[in-house]
Design a protein around this ligand. Structure first.
Ligand code: IPM
Ligand code: MG
Length: 368
């Protein structure tokens, strides 16, 4: 049997730095757990634009469709701010999501005990927090037509379209209900049914799928603005949150920050099963390319490393090995190791990106 294949797209900014640490973890699994991957690497985002004049070449796109999983660092940076929309670094990522049809974006927000004091919220509000945001990722206002900036009389008008079909809503709702069954069995669906027709349809379809297929799961609905408020008031009331592309973008940043740092949060973007039974999948940290700290050894590699843990769990059916990696991260944090983003008033041992990666690998070895 050949090894499962991984395509690594480090991208821009801190992407390459954090991905170097993930490579150490991947190598560790090959050397110590008999879990070897055929790893290839390619360009995405600004890096691809610089080399090829496009944020994602057709060749890289085709390769992404063939592999068992894609691991992405981050895309974007101020250098590309003035580029035309069609070739912006972000378009590379959006093309991957769209063409691989990665409709379910799983963004867990878990608070590690060692970091509970570090959140801007009180420790008892966030301690032990474990929620999962399921964000629809291939439709909505990100992709709806018409879009553009047009001229109307003597002024310009910016247009984007929020559009959801029933089947798009139903399939992401199913992903959320399936996940809830393996967790605390609760789903909260968020939209703006009070002002948007797409929100009315969203609520209807989620309710229908629930009644027909998942009556055993507890379902509630919230307007997305109230949801944001409740997330900061008492986040532990939630288990799984399912929401659309744009609300999911906002709410997942909010939820991520509850845990203390964007540098901690991984994500999985999953599509339909491939011929081999594995879902189409792309794993990436929730954080961006962080141009302000690029190249200084300050980036926190944990979000990207935990994204690989999600790959072990969701693509390669290695839940125990995923847990081993998550435990290694937790152990390193419990030892007080802190990249600058995690350095709060309570102090800790300051470490670089590389030292954090090395410490996690050392904990993996210690777990054997
Ligand atoms: C995210 C990011 C992306 C998004 C950007 C980089 C296109 O913010 O993954 O949350 O808006 O989806
Ligand atoms: Mg975002």
């Amino acid at each position: 049997m050949s090894n499962p294949s991984l395509l690594i797209l480090p991208g821009d900014g801190i992407g390459p730095e954090v991905m170097t640490e993930v490579r150490k973890v991947i190598d560790w699994y090959g050397a110590n757990r008999g879990l070897s991957f055929d790893v290839s690497e390619d360009l995405v985002g600004g890096a691809a634009f610089d080399a090829h004049g496009t944020p994602l070449t057709d060749e890289t796109m085709a390769r992404a469709q063939e592999v068992d999983a894609v691991l992405l660092g981050a895309v974007g940076g101020p250098k590309y701010d003035d580029l035309d929309f069609s070739v912006k670094p972000e378009r590379g990522l959006l093309r991957l999501r769209k063409e691989m049809d990665l409709y379910a974006n799983l963004r867990p927000a878990q608070c590690f005990d060692a970091l509970a004091d570090f959140s801007s919220l009180k420790a008892d509000v966030v301690g032990g927090l474990d929620i999962m945001i399921v964000r629809e990722l291939t439709s909505g206002v990100y992709f709806g037509e018409p879009r553009g900036i047009i001229k109307e009389g003597n002024e310009r008008v910016g247009i984007n379209t929020q559009r959801y079909t029933e089947s798009e809503i139903a399939r992401v709702a199913r992903s959320a209900f399936e996940l809830a069954r393996k967790r605390d069995n609760k789903v909260c669906s968020m939209e703006k049914a009070n002002v948007m027709e797409s929100g009315v349809l969203w609520r209807d379809v989620v309710t229908e799928v629930h009644a027909a297929e998942y009556p055993d799961v507890e379902l509630s609905h919230m307007y997305a603005d109230a949801g944001a408020m409740q997330l900061t008031r008492w986040p532990k009331q939630f288990d799984v949150i399912v929401t659309d592309n744009l609300f999911g973008d906002l709410l997942s940043d909010l939820a991520a920050m509850l845990t203390g740092s964007l540098g901690m949060l991984p994500s999985a973007s999953l599509g339909a099963p491939m011929a081999n039974g594995r879902p189409k999948a792309l794993y990436e940290p929730v954080h961006g390319s962080a141009p302000d700290i690029t190249g200084q050894g300050k980036a926190n590699p944990i979000a990207c490393i935990l994204s690989f843990a999600m790959a072990l769990r969701y693509s390669f059916d290695q839940g125990e090995e995923a847990k081993r990696l998550e435990d290694a991260v937790e152990a390193v944090l419990a030892d007080g190791l802190r990249t600058p983003d995690l350095m709060g008033p309570e102090g800790g041992t300051p470490v670089s990106t590389v030292a954090m990666g090395d410490a996690i690998v050392a904990k993996l070895s210690a777990s054997l």
